[in-house]
Every structure is written in C-alpha cells, then in structure tokens.
Design a binder for this molecule. Structure first.
Ligand code: NAG
Ligand code: NAG
Ligand code: NAG
Ligand code: NAG
Ligand code: NAG
Length: 941
C-alpha cells in the first residue's frame, strides 16, 4: 500500500519523461547553437547525449515529451532565437527577460499553448508582422525595452493580437511603436493591463476604450512628434482604472469631472500635457489616491486639496501656491466664464494666477476691479456663464462676432454699472432678460434670436441665476459720470505659455528610491502577504465560535478539526479577474514542497513561491481535510475583502484559485515575516531586535491601514483579529496588516454588529468578548494591545508568566503605565532608555492606555492614533536614515521601479559584472536589486 502510494507520488511529482519529442529536440538544439554563450552559462552538458527534458536545467517538458516551459531569465545570455522557434507549440511559459538576446525575433505564429511570454529587456531588433498570429492562449506578454524595427521606422501592434481573447497584460513599453493606438485594443475585454509607455505613438485614445475594464494604463512619455493627444474624457469612463499614467503627452482639454467615477484610481499622472482649466473639485473627495501629478499643464484656479501621499502640481496657472487656498472671486468668475467657452488656448495661456488685472487678455480694470470684458472675434464657442454677474464693477461687455450659443444669463441684469452689452454676431437665442434702460444691448446678427427687441422679454429671476448672488454694495446704485471714461483696454502682450517640456521620466518619477535588496515588490495588482509565521508563538488561543444554529459553541485551538468536509460545495465568488490557475501555483511553490512552507495559520498552510517572472509570492493553501463551510466562508471573505480593499498598509490579494478541492490565496511575499517573530522570538531566529524607531514606524503603518479599513470610502470594515502575528513586515520593515478572514463589513461604523465571536484572546476587547457585539472600537482595543507589545516585547497573553498579574498584558500594563518607575521596568530590555526614547515611549504608552479604555466610547478612533503617531515618527527621523526614503512612496509606484530598473541595468552594464551560475541546478540567481523585473509589471511578470 505504502509502496503504491509512493509510486503514485513519484508519478505525480516527477513526471516520468517520455523521450523528448524529436521536433522539440531539434528546436532546442537550434536554440543552443544560436545562443552564443549557452554552454558557458547554462550547464546543458554534452550536446549530443542529453535528453533536454531530463537533463537540461531550465527546460521542462510535459508527459508527452513536449517542451512546456523555458526559464532562462536574468541569465546573461547573448545570441539570437532560432527561426524554428515556433515549432515549440506545446510551450506554455517562456521567460527570456533580462538577457542580451539580439537579432530578429522569429515569428511565434501558431504557438497556441503559449500563455506567458517574457521577452523584455533584450536587444531584439525586429519583430515579424505575423508574430502574434494564432497565439490563442496568451495571457501575458512583455516585449518591453527592445529596439524593434528601429531601422524600418518602428512598428504598429498587429491586429492578430485580438485573437488572444484571454490576454490580460500587454506590455510594450519602449519598443518603438509608432502610429495610433489600435482600435481593437479597446475591445479586448480581458485586458487589465496595457503598457505602451516610451514609444512614438500619436493621436487620441480610440473611442473603443469607452468603459474599458483596464486597471493599468501606461501611455506616458511618447517621444515622437506629435504625441498622444485629445481629451481625457474616455479615461473617466473606465470603472476599474487604478493606474493612469498619461504624462509626457499632448493631452488637452480640462480634467473631466467624471474622473471621480474611477473609484479605484490610485495613481493619476497627468503631468507634462496641455491640460487646461479648473481641476474638478470631485478629485478632492476621492479616497485611495496615492499619487497625483498635475505639474506642467495649463491648469487654472485653486490648487485642489487632493489627498494623496504623493501630490505635485507645480508649473501651472494656479492662483495660489498651496492646495485649498481660494482664488479671488473675480478670478473665479472669469474662470467659470472661460470654462463655458471651452478654454480657448489664447485665453488659457494668459488667464493665470490670482490677479485678473495684470496682463489678462481682454480684461480691463479700474482700481483692481474688472470693468471691461473685451473679447470680440475670439472664435469663442459655448455659452455665456452667469458667473459674469459676480463681476460687480463690470461696465462694458464686448463679445462681438463669436460663436456663442444659448441664452443671455439673467445674472447680467444685476450688474449695476453695466453700460454696454454687445453680443452682436453670435448664435444666441432669446428671450433677452430685462436690462435697465441705461444699458445698451446689441444682439443683432444672432440669426436664431427669437425674443427680438432688447427689453421685450420679462426678466426671469430664476433660482440659481446669480442675480441674487451678485454682491451690491451700498452707494453703488448710481453710476458716477466719470466712470464712463475709466475703461481702457489693456491688451496683454505675449504671455509665456507653459511649454510642456518633458523631462523624460521626470516629474512622475523624480523621487527617492527605496534602498532595496532582493526582488522588487510587485506593483499595484500584485500586492501582499503571507499570514502567520510558522514560528508564531501561537500559544495565544485563537477562538472562533462556530454558530450554525444560533447557539454559540466555542471551539478552541484548532478550530478546524471535526468540521465536516464540504469540498465539493463551490461557493460562488464574483471578484473579477483574480483567478490564477492551480497549475501555475504548483509550479511556483515546487508542488507545495515542505521546504517552501512559511507558516501555518487561518485554515491553511502558507507556502513561499516564485512566479515565472521572478515575482516572489506567498500562497495560502486550504487543507483539503479542513474545508468546512466556515473555512470556505473565511476563504471567501478574505477574497471579497482583499479585492475591494487596497491600501499600502493592508495586504492585498494577487489572486486565488478554486479548482477541484484546491482553495488557494496568493499574496505578495513579505520577506521579514510577522511582527511577532521580531518582537518575541528574535533570539531564536538570530534577528536584530527592532529599534524603537522601527517600532514607531510599524505602529503608524498599522494605524494607517486600520484607519483605512474602518473608513474605506463610505464603507466600514472591522478586522476582528488584529495582532502582532497578523502584522507582516516587508524587507524595509514597513508593516502591512494581513489575515482578513474574519473581517466584518459593518454597514455603519458606529453601529454595533452582532457577530459570531471571533478573534484571539489577549487582544479581544472586553465588551466584544462579553456581548459578541462589535464596533471598530474593538479593533482599536487590539491595536492598543499591539502597542503594549511593541513597548514591552511581551506577548499579549502568556499563562506561563510567573506573576499572575502580568499574564494578561492589557490589564497589567494599564496598572503600571502611569508609574514612571514601573513603566521603565516594563520596557523591552532591548530598547535603549535614553531620555528621548523614554519620552517617546511614554506617549505611546498613553496612547495604548487610551486605546484599551474599558468603555469603547472612550477609545479614540484610528485617525486619532495616526495623528498622535505622525509627529512622533517625524520627530524620530534621524538624518541619513535610508528607511525614511520610503515615506510617502509606496509599493504601487512601478515607474519608480522602472527607472530604478534602468539605473541598475546601467550600473550592471558599466561594472561588467557577470552572473555567476555556480548553482546551475537550481534557478538562475536573480540579478541584484530587482533589475528589470521591476520594469515589466506586476502580476503578469
Ligand atoms: C526607438 O526607441 C528608442 C528608445 O525608446 C528611441 O530612442 C528611438 O528614437 C526610437 N526610434 C524610433 C525610430 O522610433
Ligand atoms: C470653436 O469651435 C470650432 C469648431 O469646432 C473650432 O475650430 C474653434 O477652434 C473653436 N474655437 C475656440 C476658441 O476654441
Ligand atoms: C473694487 O471695488 C470696491 C467697491 O467698489 C472697492 O472697495 C475696492 O477698493 C475696489 N478695488 C479692489 C481691489 O477690490
Ligand atoms: C460654431 O459652432 C458650431 C456648433 O458648435 C460649429 O459647427 C461651427 O463650426 C462653429 N463655427 C465657428 C466659426 O467656430
Ligand atoms: C449692433 O451691432 C451691429 C453689428 O456689430 C452694428 O452694425 C450695429 O451698429 C450695432 N448697433 C448699435 C445700436 O450699436
């Protein structure tokens, strides 16, 4: 029996090799010959003897002896690909990125199994027209950074791409594309990521992109003349858009108001375009923005108070230097006028700043007040804004010979000083409001004007017309004689137009980089984490009260055992495009080998994995034996939450798999593991104890993540299981909250929700433990306990502690924290106790006490904790500390990584370092510091 089992296992794990398919063998031999340094680098052994399926590292085959995987990334390979390459038509995954391959790309025509193809960062010099023909299985392809068809003037994306109906990621940055963005791309419904930066594309975004489901759109930095142009109206129709990189083009017109409908938007780079006018105030209320770059356009009016950690807006025509500062009412009145006539270029260039009396084309002033609007024959289209009624000193309006339509606004009748209103030669329609007889109104030559004679129609003081708004000051009713003379037309001389000089990757990218070792973190789509460390001192009893029939029955310890197996019960989850094939995850985790186990927790084992493109991931695999209803619920809850919630201090999901009995969740790999390991087990793992500064940063990260969870865009989520084992650290020791299996959606944050009791003893708020009713304040309590752990280095609960009163950290800490000597004695001995540190610790101790107040209403909300922590972290910012570079920049900044990738590439070229391949059995060592993996994207990489 056991032998049979082993045999089966053997069959499963080590696919027995049929002899390699002769056709595939011949292609591989061609490949070997066409690579100039394969023998030196790849360990492929004797060219004649070997069966590549069995013996060539980096080549894998299926059971039929067909090559299905070639993984030669980052290998320093030179040479070309053989023209016979497409005969490998069972090939599914191809990784050739970051080599020095050159020559002509062979056609991939007919490679119907190909799913992932990474050819980026090589020197391929041409691509054949039929390259994409018949690539019907393609999911992800990157050709970034290849000088394709340079000598023949570039290339365009062939229509064959449309046959790849499942294509999710098309990445063609920096590969000499020319012409327009093809229409068919907008109709590819599975496409989530379209990256066409650094090419020579021109023309508008095609109308087929209306309502496109794209999440990532990079069109930035086109280097041709002209560049991409047209308005951004289509961008605002994309409901899933997270990253819109449009900088370094000729996009024009105003930023559409409806941009706020892109609810998931996190990066909006619009710098260095020709955008004009007022920025929609709706941007100010968007949650989740991380980077907004508006520099170097012709934006006018107030600098909007946008809430984004990275926000730039210089080199525009704004009226103020700082966000949220209002413009003068005159300026606003004129800008609203300008908006309604569609921001004509000439006026936009001149109407900037906050003084409409200095050099504004067509505006005349007396004593700082606008008295004349003189814009004859300016080709103005659109309507006359009723905001003109707010220019209370206006005496002369000349709009002769434009193309204005609509009605004459009632608000103009409130202009007490108005003498002349010449609207002749437009296309206005009546009726005309009633003006005082002293006003000379001329509407001749408006062919469709139906209420002919001036004054013939009754004035309608409609609600919303600005007649009621126009301020009239006492004593202004009578027009003094001399005012008639005071108007002098001030014609502005040439105004320097803000020229959109594109400083290459500049504005969006000129920033500090995080110093990173190891692989670069994946970007937006591929965020996140693995739950508990294997090593977690889960002597903390995790409780989940299972309640199927309304009676709370509590299970302790392993809550899973004994649950009935309902593996076949497929719970439907609608989460969009996060599905990843189990097969891919098997490959990434070396078939879930024991060596890759990172930890066990929340209903499964967590494995480390490496995707084809080198991205490190963590895969949580639900154990088949324990797939209970409840486990499935948690699985679903986690997916549902993670796909909705995105914040740099919350782990988010890369994908999941549901196939047969498999339930897998994929997160970003957090290299430093759980906070608990660093606090309680640093000795055991031979780690450096965390400095107080790091602890403060972690506290702030957690507070920010929780604040977001609690207040997420009108929704409120309660984590219910915040603890140091669920706080994970990246390689920079910045923290993210993980494990969302117990998160509860609270329809209204202030309202308590009755739930099954869940969470972990030691962190549970008393009222929740007693009543099972939960509010966000229960998380605040848990946060307070985590702060105590950070201060003391003691676990929340430890039954083995000698003094009974110290066993429950929360209650003990509250007793001692006010007594300075006892507090000093309780501080983690690894922390220095300089006056400065102690002062800082005291503040956090007080915050911890506040957060763990007995009465939930007395606990602060997470926003308060953030406010307390921000200045502490800042105060504690020693000079030259690298980790501080991280501030304000997050993992969702692939351009940074991209530029970094280029820098590294350059550095590695100049120092000529060659990769050592001593360990040629295993995977090829990655290049130092995340080379161009960072350039290709995220999930697909
Ligand atoms: C090709 O791309 C490179 C790098 O993006 C650029 O410098 C070059 O001008 C491009 N050439 C053509 C013909 O587009
Ligand atoms: C008004 O519209 C016409 C036709 O659409 C256009 O050619 C013209 O440039 C517009 N005028 C201004 C000032 O934008
Ligand atoms: C504008 O007019 C008001 C009232 O007529 C006057 O008090 C003020 O001094 C003028 N100038 C400015 C700059 O507001
Ligand atoms: C005036 O506006 C109409 C309608 O918008 C447009 O068709 C026409 O081209 C415009 N004419 C000029 C001279 O701008
Ligand atoms: C009204 O405007 C037309 C065309 O601009 C002009 O010929 C006419 O003299 C004006 N009428 C008055 C009373 O100013």
């Amino acid at each position: 029996m056991a032998a049979l089992f082993l045999l089966l296992l053997h069959l499963l794990l080590h696919v027995s090799h049929a002899a390699i398919n002769p056709g595939d063998l011949s292609v591989l031999q061609d490949l070997r010959r066409s690579l100039t340094n394969a023998d030196a680098l790849l360990g492929w052994g004797d060219p004649n003897a070997a069966d590549p399926c069995a013996q060539w590292p980096h080549i894998s085959c299926d059971r039929a002896g067909r090559v299905n995987n070639i993984d030669l990334k980052n290998a320093g390979l030179a040479g070309t690909l053989p023209s016979t390459f497409a005969a490998l038509d069972a090939l599914q995954d191809l990784s050739l990125q970051n080599n020095n391959l050159s020559g002509d790309l062979p056609s991939f025509r007919g490679m119907a199994s190909l799913r992932h193809a990474f050819l980026n960062n090589n020197s391929f010099r041409s691509i054949p027209a039929d390259f994409f023909s018949g690539l019907t299985s393609l999911l992800v392809i990157s050709l970034d950074q290849n000088p394709l068809n340079v000598s023949s003037g570039g290339w365009t994306i062939p229509a064959d791409v449309a046959a790849a109906q499942q294509l999710q990621s098309l990445s063609l940055n920096g590969c000499n594309l020319t012409g327009a963005i093809p229409d068919f791309l907008g109709a590819m419904n599975s496409l989530q990521e379209l990256k066409l930066a650094y090419n020579a594309l021109s023309g508008p975004i095609p109308s087929t992109f209306n309502a496109s489901g794209l999440q990532t759109l990079w069109l930035n930095n086109q280097h041709g003349v002209p560049k991409l142009s047209g308005t951004l109206d289509l961008i605002a129709t994309m409901p899933n858009l997270e990253q819109a990189w449009l900088h370094g083009n000729d996009f024009s017109g105003p930023i559409p108001d409806s941009i706020a409908d892109c609810k998931r938007l996190s990066d909006l780079c619009l710098n260095s375009n020709q955008l004009v006018g007022l920025v929609p105030p709706a941007l100010e209320s968007m949650a989740g923005l991380k980077s907004v770059q508006l520099d170097n356009n012709n934006l006018l009016g107030p600098v909007p108070a946008i809430k984004a950690p990275k926000y730039t807006y210089s080199q525009n025509g704004f009226c103020a230097d700082k966000p949220g500062v209002a413009c003068s009412p005159q300026v606003m009145a004129l800008l609203h006028f300008l908006a309604e006539v569609d921001y004509p270029k000439r006026l936009v260039a001149s109407w900037s700043g906050n003084n409409s009396c200095v050099d504004w084309l067509g505006i005349s002033c007396v004593a700082g007040n606008v008295t004349m609007l003189n814009l004859p024959e300016y080709g103005l289209n659109g309507t006359i804004s009723d905001s003109l009624g707010n220019l209370s000193e206006l005496s002369d309006i000349n709009l002769i010979g434009n193309n204005l339509t609509g009605h004459v606004p009632d608000s103009l009748t409130s202009l007490r000083l108005l003498q002349k209103l010449d609207l002749s030669g437009n296309d206005l329609t009546g009726p005309l409001p009633t003006f005082s007889p002293s006003v000379k109104v001329n509407v001749t030559g408006n062919l469709n004007f139906n209420g002919t004679a001036p004054g013939s129609a009754p004035s309608k003081d409609t609600p919303g017309s600005s007649s009621s708004r126009a301020p009239t000051l006492p004593g202004q009713g009578v027009l003094p004689e001399n005012k008639k003379k005071r108007s002098a037309v001030v014609l502005a001389t040439t105004i320097p137009v803000a020229v959109s000089v594109v400083a290459l990757a500049s504005v969006c990218a000129v920033l500090i980089f995080r110093k990173k070792r190891g692989s670069v973190p994946p970007n937006a789509a591929s965020v996140v984490v693995h739950p508990h460390e294997n090593s977690d001192p889960d002597n903390l009893v995790k409780i989940v009260m299972v309640d199927n029939d309304g009676n709370g029955s509590s299970t302790q310890g392993n809550t899973l055992s004994g649950s009935s197996s309902r593996a076949s019960d497929v719970h439907m989850i609608d989460t969009g495009n996060f599905v990843i094939a189990v097969q891919v995850l098997r490959g990434a985790t070396k078939n879930f080998t024991q060596d890759n186990v990172l930890g066990r927790g929340g209903f499964g084992v967590v494995y480390k994995g490496e995707l084809h493109d080198g991205t490190m991931i963590a895969v949580k695999r639900m154990e088949a034996a324990v797939i209970s209803n409840k486990a499935l619920d948690e699985f679903q809850a986690e997916i549902a939450i993670l796909t909705k919630v995105r914040h740099r201090n919350l782990v988010s999901i890369l994908g999941y798999s549901i196939e047969g009995n498999e339930r897998l969740l994929v997160y970003e790999y957090m290299s430093n593991g759980a906070l608990s390991k660093h606090l309680f087990q640093w000795k055991q793992f031979e780690l450096e104890p965390l400095s107080w500064k790091k602890r403060l940063n972690i506290a702030l990260d957690v507070a920010r993540g929780m604040e977001y969870l609690h207040n997420l865009a009108h929704q409120c989520y309660i984590h219910r299981d915040l603890k140091s084992a669920n706080i994970l650290l990246g390689d920079d020791f910045r923290a993210k909250v993980s494990d969302f299996g117990l998160v509860k959606h609270a329809p209204d944050g202030n309202f308590s929700v009755a739930t099954r009791l869940a969470g972990t003893f030691g962190y549970l708020a008393p009222e929740y433990a007693v009543t099972g009713k939960i509010t966000t304040k229960a998380d605040v309590f848990s946060f307070g306990v985590v702060l105590m752990e950070l201060i003391t280095g003691m676990t929340a609960i430890d039954e083995s502690r000698l003094e009974e009163e110290t066993r429950y950290l929360a209650s003990w800490f509250c007793q001692i924290r006010k007594d300075e000597d006892r507090l000093r004695a309780a501080i983690d001995p690894t922390l220095d106790q300089s006056d400065e540190t102690f002062e800082s610790i005291s503040v956090i101790a007080e915050l911890a006490g506040h957060c763990t107040s007995r009465e939930p209403t007395q606990r602060p909300d997470m926003g308060h904790a953030v406010n307390v922590l921000v200045p502490m972290v800042e105060k504690w910012k020693p000079v030259n500390d690298e980790t501080e570079d991280y501030m304000g920049i997050d993992l969702h900044q692939p351009l940074l990584q991209m530029v970094k990738g280029w820098q590294d590439a350059e550095a590695s070229m100049t120092d000529g370092s060659i990769l050592s391949l001593e360990d040629s059995k295993g995977s090829i060592p990655a290049r130092p510091a995340g080379f161009a993996e960072s350039f290709t994207s995220a999930d697909g990489r």
